[in-house]
Design a protein. Structure first.
Length: 386
């Protein structure tokens, strides 16, 4: 079990470096390609929307074929597309390449979670998922902070070159590990597609799991692409500072993963979920106050910790929605999560250009607090498992 978790954690780390790496250099991309910052922020949607929409197909393929082979193919495409982003000569080309990268990236993290779910008993799964989240948050942390530094030193194109190269190197290292898992490939059988998803959505907990992660992503991650813009309006023009602020979220996630075993042993799931929603809501209100960047950095740390208090519990329930179709279940989870991430920049962008971003933050704060309490009241371990 330890070998599998270490391998999946390595893969997740390498492929989450680029997840938030564009956010700190949004103003640079806007200037370099002669578009507005609001338009450049749509690169986040260009990545996350196809990531979400392709999940039902990739999840079904993962259940039909070898999960590790699918991960390897997707990592290859992600690496090539990301490097090509650095060569884009106009915004339209960059957006198309980000869409390609988003489609392929959809077959890495969710499927890696499914691999872990296949091999880790449910009693140990929240701690195991915590280890994988540690890898993801470390990747987000280094990706955001590193991208800001790279952007200041060599420009935004360097961000794509570096993260794409790291992905391809990680793939080369991971391939022998994939082979050593001796995963038995399935067979192509479209007749399992609908029954697998029917099994997932017939579980009454699915609507709470998927609805909650959509709201999380919409109101929480939707503000990320605009943090560099908000900081610039406050007089902080360095991309590296924006990267540090966003990286605070990853540090909060790392703190959660270090503490998850203690948290699970001493605090009930209900309290963890309720607390997570309220903490995230409070942090959005702090962003609305437009504080200095050191305060925002600390705020993002707390926000990252609060996010995983709720999200970590939800992910365990997702892996048990339909154990016979776990790839489809984790893919459904990612689909709703990244649909929320795709819609978020659009919602915040509309607020920024009309009524202002503050009302969106206030509404989001209330929605996140309500989501935490809803999950605390409605998610129960004794529910049917499909």
């Amino acid at each position: 079990m330890g070998r599998v978790l270490n391998l999946m954690a390595f893969v997740i780390f390498a492929t989450t470096l680029f997840m938030r790496s564009v956010d700190p250099v949004i103003p640079q991309i806007a200037s370099g390609l002669n578009v507005t910052p609001t338009t450049a922020a749509l690169l986040s949607t260009g990545f996350t929307l196809p990531y979400a929409l392709v999940q039902p197909v990739l999840g079904a393929l993962a259940d039909m074929f070898s999960k590790t082979r699918l991960i390897a193919v997707c990592m290859l495409v992600v690496g090539i597309a990301t490097i090509a982003c650095g060569l884009a000569t106009n915004f339209e080309m960059l957006m198309i390449l980000r869409v390609v990268a988003g489609v392929a990236a959809g077959g890495v993290f969710p499927i890696a979670l499914a691999v872990a779910g296949d091999r880790v008993p449910v009693q140990q799964r929240q701690v195991a998922i915590g280890r994988l989240l540690f890898a993801a948050m470390t990747g987000n942390l280094l990706g955001a902070s590193g991208a800001g530094v790279i952007g200041d030193v060599v420009g935004w194109r360097g961000v794509f070159f570096v993260t794409g190269a790291i992905d391809l190197v990680a793939l080369a290292v991971a391939i022998p590990g994939f082979r050593s898992l001796n995963e038995l490939p399935g067979r192509f059988d479209l007749s399992t597609f609908i029954p697998n998803y029917r099994a997932v959505f017939s579980n009454p907990l699915a609507k709470y799991c998927f609805g909650a992660v959509f709201i999380e992503a919409l109101f929480l991650f939707g503000v990320f692409p605009y943090m560099a813009v908000l900081l610039r309006e406050a007089g902080e023009t360095h991309a590296s500072i924006a990267g540090v602020v966003i990286a605070g979220f990853g540090i909060g996630g790392v703190i959660y993963t270090v503490m998850v075993a203690w948290l699970v042993a001493h605090i009930s799931e209900r309290r963890l979920m309720a607390a997570g929603g309220m903490v995230m809501g409070a942090c959005l209100l702090v962003i609305a106050l437009r504080m200095s960047w050191p305060v925002e950095f600390m705020n993002f740390m707390v926000m990252g910790f609060g996010f995983y208090l709720l999200h970590g519990c939800i992910q365990v329930y997702v892996t048990e929605l339909a154990p016979s179709a776990r790839g489809s279940a984790t893919a459904g989870h990612s689909m709703f999560f990244f649909l929320g991430q795709a819609a978020g920049p659009v919602v915040y962008g509309a607020g920024l250009t009309s009524v202002g971003i503050t009302p969106v933050l206030v509404v989001g704060a209330a929605a996140l607090a309500a989501t935490g309490w809803t999950c605390a009241l409605c998610l129960r371990r004794s529910a049917p498992k499909g």
